[in-house]
Design a protein. Structure first.
Length: 87
């Protein structure tokens, strides 16, 4: 992935996880196209109000392979959370 510039993120308007989502597991895909800012994962979690255990996946949403890899990471995350007996 091309070099990115370090900067502070703006506070995104993401919905906060709540009890109404039935604890639906998720990950956050961070779009990092060429020339995108580099923001440490912990800072992103802080700004987005996400727990430390929330996986962050860096991808380039304009790149088909990178987008596919982000979706594969989501499926792998879900499978890791699913008990063997339920599969």
């Amino acid at each position: 992935m091309p070099a990115r510039h370090t900067a502070e993120p703006h506070s995104p308007s993401l919905p906060s996880p709540s009890s109404s989502n039935n604890q639906l597991p998720y990950l956050a895909a961070i779009n990092a196209s060429a020339g995108a800012l580099v923001i440490p994962d912990e800072r992103l979690r802080e700004v987005m109000g996400r727990a430390h255990g929330t996986p962050l996946v860096w991808c380039d949403a304009s790149d088909r392979t990178s987008s596919r890899d982000a979706l594969i990471a989501l499926i792998q995350h879900l499978l890791n959370l699913t008990p063997e007996a339920a599969r």
